[in-house]
Design a protein around this ligand. Structure first.
Ligand SMILES: Nc1nc2c(ncn2[C@@H]2O[C@H](COP(=O)(O)OP(=O)(O)OP(=O)(O)O)[C@@H](O)[C@H]2O)c(=O)[nH]1
Ligand SMILES: [Mg+2]
Ligand SMILES: [Zn+2]
Length: 226
């Protein structure tokens, strides 16, 4: 018997697009700037969110976080301890976040603190360099984080996410001497894939480069809310 294939990807993606548009409208109504934070597991998404939150808070902004993980609430707890309203989504195995999950999380933030009180939401996506780019979450900015120990060849091997990013961060630059990271090769690949997106070299835990990244981000937030 001939096999029959049913294309379910298209309806799921178009439903997600509708939800993303709805979320975008909702974020615009409350003037909330939303950053979708992307990387492989362990590159420093949570560390970067915490370090960025400190600086944005010093600039008078209230930041919240929506944490996406396959399991656990470790990251949401860390952000809560840092004083951020935090919502944990457990995807139960799904390797990316989708609009319906963000809608529920935003409902919870609205019921808890009120969306009108939140200036910035960080969405920490599931650590994955592949499918998160296919799912628009209504964000203003996709921030991609590569870390030095992962190697300079990642943009060559996973071009889609680096190309999609509105900003490319290189984290853990403090450990660069211990790794054979070819900065010229990384730069050349990004010049080719995504020359428009700004790049920042940072250490989320040591603070290197964080001021430059945050002042650029503050400009983006002001421009979006103007
Ligand atoms: N040396 C160094 N270590 C860092 C830096 N940023 C993060 N780390 C460490 O890297 C590990 C992973 O950092 P996380 O911030 O948890 O990374 P993540 O991307 O949120 O991880 P998942 O949520 O599990 O995907 C932790 O041990 C951090 O302390 C950095 O700039 N330099
Ligand atoms: Mg994390
Ligand atoms: Zn996925």
């Amino acid at each position: 018997m001939a096999e029959k294939t049913v294309d379910i990807a298209t309806p799921i993606l178009s439903r997600n697009e509708r939800l993303a548009d709805e979320l975008r409208r909702r974020f615009a109504e409350t003037g909330t700037y939303v950053i979708n934070v992307l990387s492989s597991p362990g590159s420093g998404k949570t560390s970067t969110i915490l370090a960025t939150n400190e600086r944005l808070r010093a600039a008078g902004l209230t930041c919240a976080v929506i944490e996406g993980d396959i399991a656990s609430d470790v990251d949401a707890q860390a952000c809560k301890e840092a004083g951020m309203p935090s919502i944990q989504i457990n995807t139960g195995g799904l390797c990316h976040l989708e609009g319906n999950m963000i809608r529920e999380a935003v409902d919870a933030l609205d019921a808890g603190v009120g969306m009108d009180k939140i200036d910035v939401i960080f969405i920490e996506n599931v650590g994955n360099l592949v499918c998160p780019v296919d799912f628009d979450l209504g964000e203003n900015l996709s921030a991609m984080i590569l870390s030095v120990p992962e190697g300079d060849d990642k943009p060559v091997k996973y071009p889609g996410i680096f190309q999609h990013a509105g900003v490319n961060l290189l984290n853990k630059v403090d450990v660069a001497p211990a790794f054979d990271f070819d900065l010229d090769a990384y730069t050349a690949t990004l010049d080719n894939l995504n020359p428009e997106a700004p790049r920042f070299q940072v250490s989320a835990t040591k603070g290197t480069g964080m001021d430059a990244w945050c002042s650029w981000l503050l400009e983006q937030i002001s421009a979006a809310r103007a």
